[in-house]
Design a protein around this ligand. Structure first.
Ligand code: IMP
Length: 187
């Protein structure tokens, strides 16, 4: 049984192999850079850090612990459930409330791929009338991106790879690896 805490060149998650892409030391440096950028931009303010569950729970907790300015932390999640009448699945945002109004919000996300999830969140968030909204995201798949919002605090631009670890999952598994691994199709 593999110990997820131990860095390995190659790991297996469910039925697939993944190889090391980014080690925990590099991850740490990236998060420190983002925290310092946020500190400088929000001096004298108390931003509301809004993590997107499930993936952002690790990045968010690392980021806020490296920040030197005060902040508040909250999480939201898209819950999908079956519509009673349509039979289709509906994505509703849970965890947002009136405390967003008038706040300087920083969305904290693990990965932006096509950007569709973030675009939907930005739309939903607007209804709660925050004073400002910025985005901090650890990985940004620039080649897959089809939306037109700006990522204000971008950890790492990556090609169109499938990655796991550091909060990112493959079919529910792999989130707890402290390093990031990419899908390895070689035998
Ligand atoms: P979107 O395409 O930007 O809407 O991304 C949707 C969601 O897909 C992200 O929030 C992640 O949860 C998931 N996702 C996208 N790419 C990856 C990946 O490489 N590994 C794990 N999850 C991913």
């Amino acid at each position: 049984m593999v110990n997820p805490n131990q860095q390995a060149d190659r790991i297996m998650v469910n039925d697939k192999f993944f190889r090391l892409y980014l080690g925990r030391e590099e991850i740490d440096e990236i998060v420190a850079r983002l925290a310092s950028d946020i500190d400088s931009d929000y001096t004298g303010k108390v931003p509301l850090m809004l993590g997107i569950l499930n993936g952002a729970f690790i990045f968010a907790s690392d980021l806020v612990r490296k920040m030197k300015i005060p902040c508040e932390i909250s999480f939201v999640k898209y819950a999908s459930y079956k519509g009673m009448e349509s039979g289709g699945s509906i994505n509703s945002l849970i965890g947002l409330n009136e405390t967003i109004r008038g706040r300087e919000v920083i969305i904290v996300e693990d990965i932006v791929d096509t950007g569709r999830t973030m675009a939907k969140l930005l739309g939903d968030l607007k209804l709660y009338e925050p004073a400002s909204v910025r985005i901090a995201c650890f990985c940004f798949k620039t080649e897959a991106f089809t939306e037109n919002f700006t990522i204000d605090y971008c950890g790492l631009e990556i090609p169109d790879l499938f990655v796991v670890g550091y909060g990112l999952d493959y079919d529910g598994s792999g989130r707890n690896f402290p390093d990031i691994y990419q899908l390895d199709n070689s035998k």
